[in-house]
Design a protein around this ligand. Structure first.
Ligand code: GLY
Length: 575
């Protein structure tokens, strides 16, 4: 890492040092033996109440998967701006008992009504209101099915126990924080179209304000039904009827069999190697793992620590550009389209792409229309867990844009997602994140929309880390920067704080947080032909935990950009 970058990193980390957590067990290192189990549990999430809910479940005798259910459901209650049981997510699991890694795909699916034509206006242009607001923007939710799947297949405790913290917080309420208030203000015009949404967010007649308590009694009842009846508590019976009625009332079309037929899918995670690290990450319908593999396998050709700041950014950006181009063209739901995985994951392909990178010159992206990706960090959320048995969870969940579709189904408290915008609803037209797609990601009944969510594990001889982030199309580059940070030997809190930069092929420009690239390097990059937006507001919300197998140290890292996030480490096994 260059000196300016390191100085900036320290400036970012120091004020927030208390936000991270670590449990050092041993001071000497090199000769210490490799441990087979962590000393305790580490959890990092986007909200302290969710991290605490997870730790409480560990204290109650649960494992990492039980804790994941508690964290996930609690985030659904206290971060409705980012994720919820009306949305979906990806859960990467490591089951220490079997040694297996499992990817649980709980992505939303398209209802049959969601044909491409349904999203075009009379001029054949994308109807952006339909794509991002209200019932047409919502896919069939996957998160409730994932909670049930995790509890039934991997947990030790009943859902009644693991969902209890979320039910209590929904019923008794929690304190509204600035991000919720700000996000509501920006989505207010849409949200207040819907009576179910008004009943939750305007219950006292005024919009949510920081410091007030938000109570969601109907959501509490809906989660209680999942705790009592499992899958049927959401996808059949009273909740399902109310969801269908809400979609119909607002002019959309869902069928009951689309709810009853929803299934989570267990998929084989992607695996590849970068330097000393074995990386396990998200397969399609996430684009994250493939793009991450392409980028890191391209970058394997350089010793990044030996490059000056400008050239380091140059080669990383050129790797990003190439991976995002492939994302746009080839990736989609593998149950519907043939994704050329062998090619995209191959070292030879990466070597070919590497050879096209000029050491001193930017490669111009093709001149296709692009729009700037919005600066956002509030959509989507991630949490990371390691427990004392060595189980791991890396989970990213979402309702897509701020407060999803804005539509709460009356009587349920369930805020529906607006994930349909992650499909290429109109080929070649950028979505809200400024990324495009073509046939591979066109909507079809039952298909899962392409995602950028990249929950990941990385493992070297000495260290294991669990990481992931929200950030729309920027998720993948956030995770990339995090992995490069771990590779440089940073601790979990430093990794969460790292300055960010991003390139997604289109638009053809580098986005960088203010100060992430020093002024001299910006000038050098511009001289190579890059466009650099070097003073963007901070983005992202990376949550990570790590375990050093040699020092037997657990660490948590929570993104200092999110003041309500938290990382907790309990450094002893809880009986
Ligand atoms: N909705 C953001 C993503 O899945 O990539």
């Amino acid at each position: 890492m260059s000196k300016p970058l390191r100085a900036l990193l320290l400036a970012l980390v120091l004020p927030f040092a208390a936000a991270g957590a670590s449990a050092a067990q041993a001071s000497d290192t090199s000769s210490a033996q490799i441990r087979t189990h962590p000393p305790g549990t580490a959890i990092a999430s986007g909200h302290a109440l969710a991290t605490k809910a997870g730790m409480d479940i560990i204290r109650a005798g649960g494992n990492a998967f039980d804790a994941a259910v508690a964290v996930s459901a609690t985030l659904s209650v206290v971060e409705p701006i980012s994720s919820g049981i009306g949305g979906g997510g990806f859960f990467l699991l490591h089951d220490a008992k079997t040694g297996k890694d499992i990817f649980v795909d709980a992505r939303e699916t398209a209802p049959a009504s969601a044909t491409p034509a349904a999203y075009l206006d009379e001029k054949g242009e994308l109807n952006r209101d339909r794509a991002t607001n209200g019932p047409w923007s919502a896919g069939i939710p996957g998160l409730p099915a994932a909670l049930v799947h995790l509890a039934q297949n991997y947990g030790r405790l009943p859902l009644k126990t693991t969902l209890a913290p979320a039910i209590r917080l929904a019923r008794e309420g929690f304190e509204i924080y600035p991000r919720l208030e700000r996000g509501y203000a920006s989505r207010r015009a849409v949200m207040e179209r819907y009576r179910g949404t008004r009943a939750v967010f305007l219950a006292d007649g005024t919009p949510p304000m920081t410091g007030e308590i938000l109570r969601q009694p109907e959501l509490a009842r809906t989660i209680e039904l999942i705790a009592e009846k499992g899958f049927d508590g959401f996808y059949r019976g009273e909740t399902a009827k109310k969801l269908l009625a809400a979609v119909k009332e607002e002019g959309g079309k869902w069928r009951i069999d689309e709810l009853t037929g929803y299934q989570v899918k267990e998929r084989e995670p992607l695996r590849f190697r970068y330097r000393d690290w074995d990386i396990t990450t998200a397969p399609p319908p996430s684009s994250g793992g493939v793009a991450l593999a392409e980028m890191l396998q391209i970058l394997e050709g350089w010793d990044l620590s030996k490059l000056d700041e400008a050239h380091r950014h140059h080669v990383i950006v050129e790797a990003m550009r190439r991976a995002y181009r492939d994302r746009t063209i080839y990736l989609g739901d593998p149950d519907f389209v043939k994704v050329p995985m062998r090619r995209l994951m191959s070292l030879d392909y990466a070597a070919g792409l590497r050879a096209t990178i000029h050491p001193e010159k930017a490669t111009p992206s093709e001149l296709l229309p692009g729009v700037p990706a919005p600066l956002e960090d509030d959509e989507t959320t991630h949490y990371s867990i390691i427990d004392a048995d060595g189980n791991r969870v890396s989970a990213t969940q979402t309702v897509n844009l701020l407060y999803g579709s804005g539509l709460v189904a009356p009587g349920t408290g369930v805020l529906l997602n607006n994930e349909m915008d992650d499909f290429a609803l109109r080929p070649g037209t950028p979505n809200a994140f400024g990324v495009m797609g073509f046939a591979a990601n066109a909507p079809e009944a039952g298909k899962r929309m392409l995602s950028s969510m990249t929950p990941s594990f990385i493992e070297s001889k000495d260290r294991i880390a669990v990481l992931g982030a929200p950030g729309g199309s920027r998720i993948i580059t956030e995770v990339l920067v995090g992995i490069l940070g771990y590779d440089e030997g940073l601790n979990a809190q430093q990794v969460a704080a790292l300055p960010r930069f991003h390139h997604q092929w289109m638009p053809d420009a580098i986005s960088a947080e203010k100060g992430a690239i020093g002024p001299a390097a910006v000038s050098a990059l511009e001289a190579m032909g890059h466009t650099v937006n070097a003073a963007e507001s901070p983005w992202g919300n990376l949550q990570t935990v790590s375990w050093n197998k040699r020092t037997n140290t657990l660490e948590g890292g929570t993104d200092p950009r999110n003041p309500v996030g938290s990382a907790e480490v309990v450094d002893s096994r809880i009986p």
